[in-house]
Design a protein around this ligand. Structure first.
Ligand code: SF4
Length: 321
């Protein structure tokens, strides 16, 4: 039997492009275009790609913060997009989102302890008199102190704010957390501390993560499997060590070649991609990567490569593999 906590099957999310007096739909932005993945209990899955690749939209559609256009999301076997609103609300505490900048979601006039506790009240998960103790417990679990309870958001550093973001998610006792670029805005040394905190919490609380990042070196330390997205589509997916040792897709190779390495002889030749990622409103025909791929052949302009298994739990979409 599969131990998947989350299964995403052929997920699509298109946003309409409207124009004219009557807001007629004249096209679609295909932000997520047929993505499938599964995440086992206690696993961390990394989703990587440049800005504009659709990875954040995957996260938000999984959590049903966006309604899907097609496909299916199963959480503990439950098709969550089919749930009535009241049932979905009951399930929400179990699936939480951590943002890049938790500061933007904090009210500057509300003390941190109250901000963390309010979600418990909203969901009816604790009585008023229990909230302080529960909040103090998650503050401690996230490396903050009891005296932080009465502080205001502007009194915290970037790393501490991210700890507050994690505490807000954690207080609801979730099973699954999507962390969307949670360390991108932080200094490298602080990044390492926050990544360690994610790991610690996973061990002590049995959490399952979807970790979204534009930076492969960030997901390397945390994730057991990694998916690489480009323009709404999964290009390659493999266990971490397999992907780093044997990248097969030219896009993954380019992302990996950009990671600085401490030992010069291990350095891969830098592959610099031409141009910017095309608009998802008008993606290239055939392989979506062909306009930037250094190895593109005629077939790539016409035929969409199949996303296929090549052994060792390794999947890739490229005509040349
Ligand atoms: Fe490059 Fe063609 Fe492979 Fe796409 S299918 S990644 S364009 S070689």
């Amino acid at each position: 039997m599969s131990d998947a906590l989350l299964e995403v099957n052929h997920l699509k999310k298109y946003f309409p492009i409207t124009a004219g007096l009557f807001n007629r739909t004249i096209g679609h932005i295909k932000a997520v275009d047929d993505i499938s993945l599964s995440i086992n209990r206690g696993e961390t899955f990394g989703l990587v790609g440049e800005s504009g690749s659709g990875k954040s939209t995957v996260g938000r559609t999984i959590l049903r913060l966006h309604e899907k256009t097609g496909g299916q999301v199963l959480f503990k076997g439950i098709p969550i997009h089919e749930l009535p609103k009241a049932e979905m609300r009951k399930l929400r505490p179990k699936m939480q989102l951590i943002f890049q900048d938790p500061y933007s979601s904090l009210n500057p006039r509300i003390r941190i302890g109250d901000a963390i506790g309010e979600a418990l009240l909203d969901h009816g998960l604790a009585a008023k008199e229990e909230i302080r103790d529960l909040v103090l417990e998650v503050l401690e679990a996230c490396g903050l102190s009891p005296y932080h309870y009465n502080r205001f958001p502007h009194e915290f550093s970037g790393g501490q704010r991210q700890r507050i973001g994690i505490a807000r998610a954690l207080v609801l006792n979730p099973d699954f957390i999507i962390a969307d670029e949670p360390v991108s805005a932080l200094d490298v040394s602080i990044q390492a501390q926050i990544i360690n905190l994610f790991q610690q919490l996973q061990q002590t609380r049995g959490l399952t993560y979807l970790f979204i990042s534009h930076d492969l070196s960030v997901v390397e330390h945390l994730c057991s499997r990694i998916g690489v997205m480009y323009l709404g589509t999964m290009m390659e997916m493999a266990p971490r060590d397999e992907l780093f040792r044997t990248p097969l897709h030219p896009y993954t190779k380019a992302l990996l070649s950009a990671i600085p390495v401490p030992i010069p002889k291990l350095k891969r030749e830098r592959i610099v991609l031409k141009g910017d990622i095309p608009s998802p409103a008008n993606p290239p025909a055939g392989c979506k990567f062909h306009t930037r791929c250094p190895y593109a052949v005629e077939q790539c302009k016409e035929q969409v490569p199949e996303f296929r298994h090549v052994g060792n739990d390794h999947y890739v979409a490229c005509h040349l593999v």
